[in-house]
Design a protein around this ligand. Structure first.
Ligand code: ADP
Ligand code: MG
Length: 619
């Protein structure tokens, strides 16, 4: 119950108007319903010939309390019906009662419809809000978050769990806004008609509640497991789509199919259990409801037969009708309770994303830097991805990069080069030591302004499924086609773009798959050129290319590097010979620094790497 209230408070605060509208209309519907049912009493009295002429009009002004007001109104209605029957006959009175019934029902269904319709904007709105919240969060979380969480799992939370919340929690809102009102009003009327009978009935209800609660608890536990498995499924699909080429090359289709089928069957078994439990809700409450009615019939009927009852037989029937009308909303309400239990499992998984901590530290009052004037200083820097790990990924790095110079990082794969350059745009938080940009500690710099100064070109060119124009203009606002073309020309990309079907409006396909690796990389370079950042980071920008396109890309990169401060990681050492400083990294530390000639003369690690690459080991 507390759970439900907090869910309501959390999601509905933007939709108060609709909530109030819906509740009021539902209230009206309930009242119309009571009035339409009430016609049953005179109908039964007429049918069984129970109408006498024993009521006469009493002026309403004689009423003193609410109770006497209702009594007088009731009396006058009886008097009116008796008058009708004596004047026009019983069947005419029945026609009139029928018209009354139809009218009341018309008002009732219209109010019910209105009450439901007022909820539609809430349902769609809440769903939109949740999706927006998750997406905002996904974009704002640091890159480090995603090495721990798998993509498929996150996608599953965004799609499967959100639809689960829609189907369970949000779909149950209607019940929550309608059924409690109906139940409370009906019970109030029942009490008014006969408190003894009603008290007796209400004592039977907690027993049903207990049974229903037990089923709900086990539902939630299983739902969590089901949604986790759904995440695994999406992970596998995503992995398969990404690795299809390798799967086929290694004839591993059957292996993957087996793995997939095992998981898929596991999901089926889990959801078999969930859905069976869920279905149980209906028969259990229906059975319990009928049992209560049977007991009520026996108890109430006995009171009437013994002449002990405060209500007449037709009134008892009306009582039963109302009571029966409680069962359905009660049943729906317990079903809504189950649904919400089922959905809270998903809601918790969504909340895990929404509550994920952005652990990148940026101090309050961070400054916005607009330009880069002097240098980047890396001092006594230590870093590890996971604080629980024993080994440092970067150890005691000291390096000063002056404005306008080119610094190259070389070293074996895994020595920490990419990690080091990822720390400069503050993608990860430094573990110890510091990085200063123009003397400002990196944690004192506003992240957006910091990244605004830096351009990246990586080994894996990243394009979005959009036009070439939009891919190049990605990082700048309101770029004109002239500017984009100029950037593409400098990046050696203009020529091939012109030859494509729609030129700059060519759609590059998923991740740029419709272009070759070299073409993709040149578009990424054009993107960096257009952004025109003072600091440039090139992480193996040409490593994935064949020699032919490498030449084109290398030429583009050299143009991009002009007048900039560049940190370049290159696999092929020939491309970094002219760097101002070359740092050789090994197991997370810088072990040699100097120019190409100095390092060759030194005859150390750099010389060895160089000799291996050029196969000119003359020692
Ligand atoms: P390089 O770019 O020189 O090849 P990296 O900086 O990519 O090396 O990797 C350095 C070390 O950090 C490697 O041992 C690698 O396993 C580890 N590493 C890289 N990225 C991550 C990550 N996201 N989470 C944990 N460890 C990582
Ligand atoms: Mg790397």
């Amino acid at each position: 119950m507390k759970n439900i209230l907090s869910i309501l408070r959390r999601f509905l605060h933007g939709y108060k108007r609709y909530v109030i509208l819906s509740i009021s209309l539902n209230l009206l519907a309930t009242i119309f319903n009571l009035f339409s049912f009430a016609s049953i009493i005179p109908i039964l009295q007429i049918l069984f010939g129970l109408t006498g002429e024993d009521h006469s009009y009493i002026p309403l002004s004689e009423a003193t309390t609410l109770e006497s007001y209702i009594d007088i109104a009731q009396n006058n209605i009886y008097a009116y019906i008796e008058e009708l029957i004596s004047e026009y006959g019983a069947s005419s009175a029945l026609i009139l009662l029928g018209v009354y019934l139809v009218t009341m029902t018309f008002f009732k269904v219209m109010s019910t419809f209105g009450g439901g319709a007022a909820l539609v904007p809430i349902r769609t709105g809440v769903l939109r809000d949740i999706r927006n919240q998750i997406y905002d969060k996904l974009i704002s979380l640091p890159i480090g978050y995603y090495s721990q969480e798998r993509k498929g799992d996150i996608m599953s939370r965004m799609s499967n769990d959100v639809s689960e919340v829609e189907n369970s929690v949000i779909a149950s809102l209607e019940m929550l806004f309608k059924n409690p009102i109906m139940i409370i009003i009906y019970i109030a009327v029942l009490f008014y008609m006969s408190w003894r009978l009603t008290l007796f009935v209400l004592l039977l209800l907690p027993i049903s509640g207990l049974l229903i609660g037990r089923i709900g608890r086990s539902l939630k536990k299983r739902s969590t497991k089901g949604q986790e498995l759904n995440g695994d499924l999406l992970s596998q699909i995503e992995e398969t789509l990404g690795g299809l080429r390798i799967i086929k090359a290694f004839n591993a289709e059957n292996k993957l199919i087996e793995r997939f089928q095992a998981l898929n069957n596991n999901i089926r078994t889990t959801f078999n259990k969930i859905q069976t439990r869920y279905l149980l809700a209906h028969p259990v409450s229906e059975f319990l409801g009928t049992m209560v009615i049977a007991i009520l019939l026996w108890y109430g009927g006995r009171l009437i037969l013994m002449g002990n009852s405060t209500i007449s037989a037709p009134e008892f029937i009306y009582y039963l009708v109302i009571f029966y009308s409680i069962i359905q909303p009660f049943k729906d309400l317990s079903k809504a309770g189950y649904s919400i239990k089922k959905g809270t499992a998903s809601l918790e998984r969504i909340d895990e994303i929404l509550n994920a901590q952005n652990d990148l530290i940026v101090h309050d009052n961070a400054i916005k830097i607009k330009e880069f004037n002097n240098n980047i200083e890396i001092k006594n820097l230590y870093f590890k991805y996971n604080l629980n790990e024993d080994n440092w990924i970067l150890r005691d790095i000291n390096l000063t990069i002056k404005k306008g110079t080119t610094v190259a990082l070389v070293g074996e794969s895994g020595s920490g080069k990419s990690t080091l350059v990822d720390l400069i745009p503050h993608f990860y938080d430094i573990t110890d030591g510091n990085i200063y940009i123009d003397g400002h500690e990196i944690r004192d710099i506003d992240m957006v302004s910091l990244r605004g100064l830096i351009g990246n070109v990586n080994q894996e060119p990243i394009l979005f499924n959009d036009t070439i124009f939009n891919n190049i203009a990605f990082g700048v606002k309101n770029a004109t086609i002239e500017e984009v073309k100029r950037a593409a020309k400098i990046a050696n990309a203009h020529e091939f773009i012109e030859q494509l079907e729609h030129g700059y409006n060519y759609m590059v396909g998923d991740r740029g798959m419709l272009l070759s690796g070299g073409q993709r990389q040149r578009i990424c370079i054009a993107r960096a050129i257009l952004k025109n950042p003072p600091i440039l980071i090139l992480d193996e920008a040409t490593s994935a290319l064949d020699t032919e396109s490498e030449k084109l890309v290398q030429a583009a990169i050299e143009k991009l590097m002009e007048h900039r401060t560049t940190i370049v990681i290159a696999h092929r050492l020939s491309t970094i010979k002219s760097a101002d400083i070359i740092c050789v990294m090994d197991k997370g530390a810088i072990i040699e620094t100097g120019t190409h000639d100095e390092l060759i003369r030194k005859n150390g690690k750099y010389k060895k790497l160089y000799d291996i690459q050029f196969n000119t080991n003359k020692n």
